[in-house]
Ligand binder design. Structure first.
Ligand code: THU
Length: 133
C-alpha cells in the first residue's frame, strides 16, 4: 500500500529537519533524508562530508544505516530534501544501497517549492541483487 499524503508530508518535514544538521563545509550543499519503516518508525540522516572528500556519505545512506543499526530493514518510503532549484534524486550508490532492502520503496524528492514521488524501481530498474549470484 502506498503511504498516505499525511505520512508523506510528515516524512518530508523530517527530511527537512535532518538537513539542518548537514555537515557540508566543502560543497555547501545541504541534504536531509528521512526513511520510514513499514511499522511507522522514522530515521533521519544528513550528508556528512570529510576533508578527505571521498569519505563523504550521502544523507540517504546515513538515514538507512541509522535504521539498520537499530534493527530495522523493512522500509516503506524515503524522503530527500534539499533547497536546490531542481529536485535532488539519490546518487547511484545510494540507489544500490536502498535496493538491498526493498525494490518497491517510495522515494519522495522535495524542495521548498516542489515535490515528486517515484519508485526505487524507476530510479534503479536493474539492480545488482542477492539473486545475481
Ligand atoms: N549528496 C547527498 O547527500 N545525497 C544525494 O542524493 C546527492 C549528493 C551530498 C554528498 C555531498 O555531501 C554533497 O551532496 C555534494 O555532492
Amino acid at each position: 500500500m502506498n503511504p498516505s499524503s499525511k505520512t508523506i508530508d510528515e516524512l518530508v518535514k523530517k527530511a527537512q529537519e535532518a538537513r539542518a544538521h548537514s555537515y557540508s563545509p566543502y560543497s555547501r550543499f545541504k541534504v536531509g533524508a528521512a526513511i520510514r519503516t513499514k511499522s511507522g518508525k522514522v530515521y533521519r540522516g544528513c550528508n556528512i562530508e570529510n576533508c578527505s572528500y571521498g569519505l563523504t556519505v550521502c544523507a540517504e545512506r546515513v538515514a538507512v544505516y541509522n535504521a539498520v543499526s537499530d534493527g530495522e530493514t523493512d522500509f516503506e518510503a524515503l524522503a530527500v530534501f534539499t533547497e536546490a532549484k531542481d529536485l535532488t534524486p539519490p546518487c547511484g550508490a545510494c540507489r544500490q544501497v536502498l535496493s538491498e532492502f526493498s525494490k518497491d520503496l517510495v522515494i519522495i524528492l522535495a524542495n521548498p517549492g516542489k515535490q515528486k514521488e517515484l519508485k526505487l524501481s524507476e530510479l534503479l530498474p536493474m539492480p545488482f541483487n542477492k539473486q545475481s549470484f
